[in-house]
Design a protein. Structure first.
Length: 261
């Protein structure tokens, strides 16, 4: 029996204290299937125990996409109960796995939908000028719940509302994302990873106790709002999502035209 190839790569530099975590499904635009989700969780939890790693960069293979969210071919089992729903990406990020080392995201190409679970749990985002951001949920008859709650902590309300409600009709350019604060630093094409590693190396050079305590304090300032929003999310999704077959119809009839602002 052939063992599936890993979809998440981890490379750590013990001299600098920086680890690079790479999403590695470029043929699927780095969409997250259940195997990748499980690998990511294992990587985050493993990094908790590696004291040689003091800062982390999250990036992706290929130049077309950082991540396009949940792979639409993924089959997600659900309990047969209106009171229990499993969101496959809810525990995919570093904070959800109790990792309090700083994570910097390096983005090029598309970042959309479920990618916001990862960006929402990163300390800051470095992006090159090819990066674009959008959320397709409403286009296909789905509620953008968890993604909206996470992004509402990082962007002005009007901007995150517009991104979530416009669906596939608009993409936010890297420059616009930088102007509104989603992206902290812009680079030339192809330079986001190297720049993020440089920033991570600076942070990794500081005493880890102070750094990790600061990360935890920053997240504590967001937890109350996230908890309140996440508590509503399953019910809103249950009420507002179209049936799977109707979503599939809308996805098949996807709208290729969009504007970038």
């Amino acid at each position: 029996m052939t063992t599936p190839a890993p979809t998440v790569r981890l490379a750590a530099d013990k001299d600098t204290g920086v680890a690079v975590v790479t999403l590695d499904r470029p043929h699927r635009l780095n969409a997250i299937d259940l195997a990748m989700r499980d690998e990511l969780r294992a990587v985050w939890r493993g990094l908790r125990f590696d004291d040689t790693v003091r800062a982390i960069v999250l990036t992706a293979s290929g130049d077309r996409a950082f991540c396009t969210g949940l792979d639409r071919d993924a089959e997600v089992p659900q309990p047969d109960s209106p009171y229990m729903a499993d969101d496959p990406l809810l525990r995919v990020g570093p904070k959800s796995n109790d990792l309090w080392k700083p994570v910097i995201a390096a983005v090029q190409g598309m970042a959309c939908g479920g990618a916001f679970y990862l960006l929402g749990e990163s300390e800051f985002v470095v992006a090159d000028t090819t990066a674009t951001f959008f959320d397709p949920h409403t286009t296909y008859g789905m509620v953008s719940a968890y993604e909206s709650v996470l992004m509402a902590q990082r962007m002005p309300y009007g901007e995150v509302a517009r991104m979530m409600l416009m669906g596939t009709a608009e993409r936010i350019s890297a420059r616009r994302a930088h102007e509104m604060g989603l992206v902290s630093e812009l680079t030339e094409p192809g330079a986001a990873l190297a720049t993020a590693v440089e920033r991570a190396a600076v942070i990794a050079g500081y005493p880890p106790e102070g750094v990790q305590g600061t990360v935890r304090a920053l997240w504590a300032g967001r937890e109350a709002a996230l908890a309140a929003g996440f508590a509503q999310a399953p019910h809103l999704i249950s009420l507002g999502n179209l049936p799977d077959e109707r979503q599939a119809e809308l996805f098949t009839a996807r709208r290729p035209d969009f504007r970038t602002r």
